[in-house]
Design a binder for this molecule. Structure first.
Ligand code: 2M8
Length: 408
């Protein structure tokens, strides 16, 4: 079967009626940014279904504007931590944190595929996207750059960026629990137990304050500035304003958020590293680590010549795609999740940035390398960038989606 047909089949098989699982087994619920990518993929062959996905995601928006990172539509014992552990409320229940706000950027791409057929659907989701962006601005950007209160909020769960913040989280009192992820895929490709203990400690803190987001930001055990979300949000503010114009809305407020966030970028530029860097907002210390979050600067038109040099160094060190962590750093781990592997989904975001800044050469190279991974080894969650080994879950929704929209 041709790869395009295989990709469409993966989306259909992971479709649970209005929402799409990232992959069967390992991730049995609706995840926030996965869902936005699923919608982009669906839009290539079923536009109404693409809009349904966005509707379902935004239907679980909290009263404060946050769009949660997981929506637990149909309880499944195969995933831990489930809705009972989070205890964050909602019907269906949700988790208590958010995830990278790629939705406005991908909604814009979906809308532009067929504006006439999409206008009413866009008008229905636009106010919810505005509320979510306001939430980011007011609740997570209080220190300037976008902050995360849990590594899961970044989407790049165990990347080395978070190590210094994680070191200050006490995971020793979380009690007994049984992980499920390591029963689905090779445990050496997943985060370690010491990390899971801390992930749970942060969930327990959120629960202890009734998921009051402002208290989590001011008192929680973990608060780090995330270059990845900062750049994704910056780009998404811009795309949301473009959508607002298309709907004849006043976009001054959104443009104000974009200007304020761009002005905060010097706070996450580390001269010693010659790159954007995550920062522990509790201690003021930089992570001192270059990863794919920094390179998302290209998505937000925030690259600098020094970053070009770093990008080429990091990219030229591996044959397949842009790695999630610096391959020349001792901590690089080619198959352990966000500590080294290349992620087709992140490559697709970087490619949007390269294309928009007129770097067709970089976009073409990244597309060729990403396509090669999928043609050789299928629609895996992520890949070893040194030898193309497929890693994590198989038949993955977002990998199928980016094949249909970009890589294929
Ligand atoms: C991974 O994260 C979840 C927790 O949210 C997990 O490991 O259980 C990350 O790769 C995240 O970015 C992604 O959205 C999620 C589902 O694909 O899996």
């Amino acid at each position: 079967m041709d790869l395009h047909e295989q990709a469409r089949q993966i989306l259909r098989q992971n479709d649970r009626g209005g929402y799409t699982l990232p992959t069967h087994g390992l991730y049995p619920y609706q995840w926030n940014w996965d869902s936005a990518f699923a919608a982009w993929g669906f839009a290539t062959f079923d536009l109404p279904r693409a809009w349904d996905e966005i509707d379902t995601l935004l239907a679980s928006q909290w009263d404060d504007g946050m769009v949660p990172h997981i929506i637990f539509h149909d309880p499944d014992p195969g995933y831990f931590p489930g809705p009972d552990v989070w205890s964050a409320g909602g019907d269906p229940a949700t988790s208590g944190i958010s995830q990278p706000p790629v939705a406005a950027t991908l909604v814009r791409l979906i809308y532009e595929m067929n504006p006439d057929a999409s206008r009413d659907r866009l008008a229905a989701v636009y106010p919810k996207l505005v509320e979510w962006h306001r939430w980011w601005h007011e609740v997570r950007c209080v220190h300037g750059p976008a902050a995360i209160v849990h590594p899961w909020e970044s989407g790049r769960d165990n990347c080395p960026d978070w190590d210094i913040g994680m070191a200050n989280v006490d995971g020793s009192k979380v009690g007994d629990y049984t992980r499920r992820d390591t029963g689905h895929v090779d445990p050496s490709m997943r985060p370690k137990k010491s990390e899971y203990d801390r992930y749970l400690a942060m969930v327990q803190f959120g629960k202890s304050v009734g998921w009051d987001q402002k208290r989590i930001v001011s008192e929680g055990p973990f608060l780090m500035a995330d270059p990845g979300i900062t750049f994704i949000l910056l780009r998404a503010h811009h795309d949301l304003a473009v959508l607002g114009h298309a709907l004849d809305q006043d976009t001054d407020e959104i443009e104000g958020w974009e200007t304020t966030l761009r002005a905060a970028l010097p706070m996450i530029w580390n001269d010693d590293l010659q790159g954007y860097d995550a920062k522990d907002l509790r201690t003021g210390k930089f992570a001192r680590f270059l990863g794919s979050g920094a390179f998302l600067a290209y998505l937000a038109n925030a690259a600098r010549p020094e970053l070009d040099t770093q990008l080429m160094r990091v990219w030229n060190a591996v044959p397949y795609g842009i790695p999630s962590a610096d391959p020349e750093a001792p901590i690089f781990d080619a198959r352990r999740y966000w500590r080294g592997p290349t992620w087709p989904v992140v490559n697709s975001l970087l490619a949007i940035g390269f294309r928009d800044m007129g770097r067709a050469d970089l976009e073409v190279r990244l597309r060729r390398e990403t396509a090669e991974l999928i043609m050789k080894n299928g629609f895996s969650e992520y890949f070893d960038p040194t030898d193309a080994t497929p890693c994590g879950g198989a038949n993955f929704t977002w990998t199928a989606a980016i094949w249909l929209t970009w890589a294929g």
